[in-house]
Design a protein around this ligand. Structure first.
Ligand code: SF4
Length: 448
């Protein structure tokens, strides 16, 4: 009988993209997918280690899933991704963990999953957490099992060598390596042929994409790759994530400005507005350098939205440093931000060398101030769009009303509007913005 597999994904877009690779590797070997954990013979949690509460969530879920073993004695429970890589075989220690896990598989070992499943079926526990300097899964066509049929991720590189002091990724995802450009372009072309209308090129640090053909010596950079993918068809939208501020180049900005189908939205994690905190974070840029990148974006791609990540209460952060973060946010006027309290991760450079010395209540207070300010900035940004007309790619029927659809504009803002002309997901529509909240734009269809 065919075994059913269920994959639950936590964390970043890269993990969602990896789950599609896992689904592809597994379903090739006669496993089929289940819609929910209760129906599965094999459950994989593809995990995230970026913050302590992300790991806690996975531990809670693993404990909750144990009861399924009563009705399914042969159930296989596997931990994939960054937690697998960080905690390795300690996850298999039942007494210590207070639960049973059967498999632990790191992000570079997914090709071994079929064999590891056989090992588990023969009564062994299975672990593979070896990091690779070459694996890019370039030849694997991801199974878009949770897709809306409109937007898809394509991972173009893996790993990171920036070693920001707070970050666990260089330890869980290893050396930076880029995927062969032809395989990326072919995947994008295939997706367009299947009806997808938006792809996001993914990597921990896409601007340092670099691929060299050893035979011909020909090299590809990220701007070249973007141009090649954008040239597939003007109706295919291109996004990318994430950029490191130290290497967002003018060449890339020129490419973004030159192609209508390259979305005018850049996610540029600032993390802090204080140069001394940035130095402690090993971010390799100062406040002034970050702002100079923003100036370059504003002058070359004036209609570009800019979003960011901010960490509140990093090691050694003073009240003055915090005020510098608030003033940076105001100066840039971010359209959107992901905001978090600093959470020390074992094994990182900060955990080894810096004191996590900002009290929890101060971290919380600063984070709240950051969130309040960002809500103001997002509302202001959206209010500035009222009266403008945007091309919107329809993604789904609105959650609140069947008669309305929701999609996103080039700036990555969600736009909701009446659908009285039978628009379907994947259609483009010109929409005039008539109102907004801090999270959403509302509009009405127009001719242009
Ligand atoms: S750039 Fe910094 S924050 Fe981003 S993945 Fe690499 S080390 Fe982590």
């Amino acid at each position: 009988m065919e075994k059913k597999i269920y994959i639950e994904t936590y964390g970043c877009q890269m993990n969602f993209s990896d789950s599609e690779i896992v689904a592809s590797i597994i379903t090739e070997k006669n496993y089929t997918s289940a819609d929910k954990a209760e129906d599965a013979d094999i459950i994989f949690l593809n995990t995230c280690s970026i913050r302590e509460n992300a790991e806690q969530k996975v531990f809670n879920r693993l404990k909750q899933l144990q009861h399924l073993r009563k009705s399914k004695p042969g159930l296989v429970l596997g931990v994939l991704g960054c937690m697998a890589e960080r905690l390795k075989s300690s996850l298999l220690e039942e007494e210590e963990m207070g639960m049973r896990v059967d498999m632990v598989v790191g992000p570079d070992s997914y090709r071994d999953l079929p064999q590891l499943l056989l090992d588990v079926e023969s009564g062994q526990k299975a672990v593979n957490v070896i990091l690779s300097s070459e694996e890019t899964y370039a030849d694997i066509t991801p199974v878009r099992y949770a897709s809306n049929g409109v937007s898809a991720f394509i991972s173009i590189m893996r790993g990171c060598e920036n070693f920001c002091t707070y970050c666990v990724v260089p330890f869980t995802r290893g050396k930076e390596r880029s995927r062969k450009p032809e395989s990326i372009i072919n995947e994008a072309r295939d997706l367009f042929g299947q009806g997808y209308r938006e792809i996001t090129l993914l990597g921990q640090n896409v601007n340092s994409y670099h691929w060299k053909n050893e035979e011909s010596g020909a090299a590809w950079t990220f701007p070249q790759l973007m141009e090649a993918v954008a040239s597939i068809d003007p109706a295919l939208r291109i996004r990318f994530a994430t950029s490191h501020p130290k290497d967002i180049s003018e060449e890339l900005l020129q490419v973004i400005a030159s192609y209508n189908n390259i979305c005018k939205a850049i996610h540029l994690p600032a993390q802090s507005g204080s140069s001394s905190v940035l130095k402690n974070m090993n971010r390799k840029y100062t406040r002034e350098e970050y702002l100079s990148r923003i100036l370059a974006i504003r002058s070359i791609v004036p209609e570009c939205a800019v979003s960011t990540d901010i960490i509140a209460g990093f090691c050694g952060e003073t009240q003055d440093d915090h005020l510098l973060t608030l003033s940076l946010m105001r100066e840039v006027g971010f359209d959107f931000a992901y905001m978090f309290k600093y959470s020390e991760r074992p094994g990182t450079l900060a955990a080894k060398k810096l004191e996590d010395d900002v009290p929890e209540e101060v971290k919380s207070k600063r984070l709240q101030e950051i969130i309040d300010l960002q809500n103001e900035l997002s509302l202001k940004s959206n209010q500035g769009d009222v009266g403008k007309v945007f091309e919107v790619l329809v993604e789904r029927t609105s959650k609140k009303s069947e008669k309305r659809v929701s999609g996103r504009n080039s700036q990555n803002k969600v736009v909701v509007f009446d659908n009285n002309t039978g628009l379907k997901p994947g259609d483009y529509a010109m929409v005039k913005i008539t109102g907004c909240s801090s999270a959403t734009l509302q509009g009405e269809r127009t001719e242009g």
